[in-house]
Write a protein that binds this ligand. Structure first.
Ligand SMILES: Nc1ncnc2c1ncn2[C@@H]1O[C@H](COP(=O)(O)OP(=O)(O)O)[C@@H](O)[C@H]1O
Ligand SMILES: Cc1ncsc1CCOP(=O)(O)O
Ligand SMILES: [Mg+2]
Length: 274
C-alpha cells in the first residue's frame, strides 16, 4: 500500500514551506530531511507568497501564534490555494485561548485545507468552536478508546466532509479520514507523548507526503502517520536497549525516519480501513 507513496517522496524531495512554532522548528526541519523532503521556514508577510510559490506544499502550525503570523498564514495559504498546492493545518492548542480558536476558524474560513491534523482535543474544538485542552496536549478525558473508536471514526468523516479535507486525529490510536473512507492506525508508542514536537513533526511529514502524492491524499496522510508511528516504535526499542532517556528518544525518532525503507514501513504498519 505504501511503497509507491514512500518512493515518490524519496524521488521528488518535496520542498515544504513551514510557518510553524518556535518550540519545535528545528526538529520539523530535520524530520523533513530525514523523511526525504526538504524544509524552508519563512514567516515574513513580505515573502511568504513568493516562498510558497517555489514549494510543493505548505504546512501551517499555530503553536506560537501572533498577529503577524496569522497575516502570513493567510497570505501563504491563499497563494498555495491559487497554485493548487496541498496545505496542512496543525491547530496546536486550539481551544486553549480565544485567540487561538478564533485564528483557527479564520484560517478554516479563508483557506481550503488539504489536511487538518490535530490531537483529539484540538479536533473537537474545530468541530464545536470550543473545547478543553491541556495546553498543547490533548485532554485525557477526550482520549479515544476502543469504546469510543467507531463514534470517533464517524466524527472524523463528518469533519472531513464539512471541511472538504482529509482529517487526521492523533493519539494512542490515530484516525485519518475523508468523507467516505477512514483508516485506523495503531502504530506509535506512549513515549512519543513525552517529546514535544512529535505532532508538529508529523504535520510536516504529512505535507511532504501530500506534496509528492497529490492524487492520493488520504493514503499519503496515512503513510506519513504510519511512518511516524513505526519510527516511534523502533526508536523506543533503541532507547530501552541503550538505557537512554527522552532527549535521545527524540533524536532516535528522527534517526529511524531517516533509515526507513518501504519494506519496513509496509511490514510495520498496523492499519485497518473503515
Ligand atoms: N499513547 C500513544 N501511543 C502510541 N502513539 C502515540 C501515543 N501518543 C501519541 N502518539 C503518537 O505521537 C504522534 C503525535 O501525536 P499526539 O501526541 O496526539 O500529537 P500532539 O503532540 O500534537 O498532541 C503521533 O504519531 C501519534 O500516533
Ligand atoms: C509546547 C508548545 N507550546 C507551543 S507550541 C508547542 C509544541 C507543540 O508540539 P506538539 O503539538 O508536536 O506536541
Ligand atoms: Mg500538536
Amino acid at each position: 500500500m505504501f511503497k509507491t507513496l514512500f518512493e515518490n517522496v524519496q524521488q521528488q524531495t518535496p520542498l515544504v514551506h513551514c510557518i510553524t512554532n518556535y518550540v519545535t522548528v528545528n526538529d520539523v526541519a530535520n524530520v523533513l530531511l530525514a523523511a526525504g523532503g526538504s524544509p524552508i521556514m519563512a514567516d515574513a508577510p513580505e515573502e511568504v507568497a513568493d516562498i510558497t510559490s517555489i514549494c510543493t506544499a505548505l504546512n501551517l502550525n499555530i503553536g506560537t501564534l501572533n498577529s503577524r503570523a496569522v497575516e502570513s498564514m493567510l497570505l501563504a495559504g491563499r497563494q498555495a490555494n491559487a497554485l493548487s498546492h496541498p496545505v496542512v493545518l496543525d491547530p496546536v492548542g486550539a481551544g486553549a485561548s480565544p485567540f487561538r480558536t478564533e485564528a483557527t476558524f479564520r484560517l478554516l474560513e479563508e483557506i481550503a485545507f488539504t489536511v487538518i491534523k490535530g490531537n483529539i482535543s484540538e479536533m473537537k474544538t474545530i468541530h464545536s468552536g470550543s473545547g478543553t485542552t491541556k495546553g498543547v496536549d490533548a485532554d485525557i478525558s477526550d482520549a479515544v478508546t476502543e469504546e469510543t473508536l467507531e463514534a470517533t471514526v464517524m466524527f472524523a468523516k463528518r469533519l472531513a466532509d464539512r471541511n472538504d479535507a482529509v482529517v487526521a486525529i492523533t493519539g494512542a490510536i490515530d484516525i485519518v479520514a475523508d468523507r467516505d473512507k477512514a483508516y485506523i492506525i495503531r502504530n506509535g508508542h506512549p513515549q512519543m507523548a513525552k517529546v514535544s514536537g512529535t505532532g508538529c513533526m508529523l504535520s510536516a511529514v504529512i505535507a511532504a507526503y501530500c506534496g509528492a502524492n497529490p492524487e492520493q491524499l488520504l493514503d499519503a496522510t496515512a503513510a506519513a502517520i504510519c511512518l511516524m508511528g513505526v519510527s516511534g516504535e523502533l526508536a523506543y526499542e533503541r532507547m530501552i536497549s541503550n538505557a537512554a532517556g527522552t532527549s535521545s528518544y527524540r533524536s532516535y525518532i528522527i534517526d529511524e525516519i531517516s533509515k526507513m525503507s518501504a519494506e519496513t514501513l509496509e511490514g510495520g504498519a498496523k492499519i485497518e480501513s473503515r
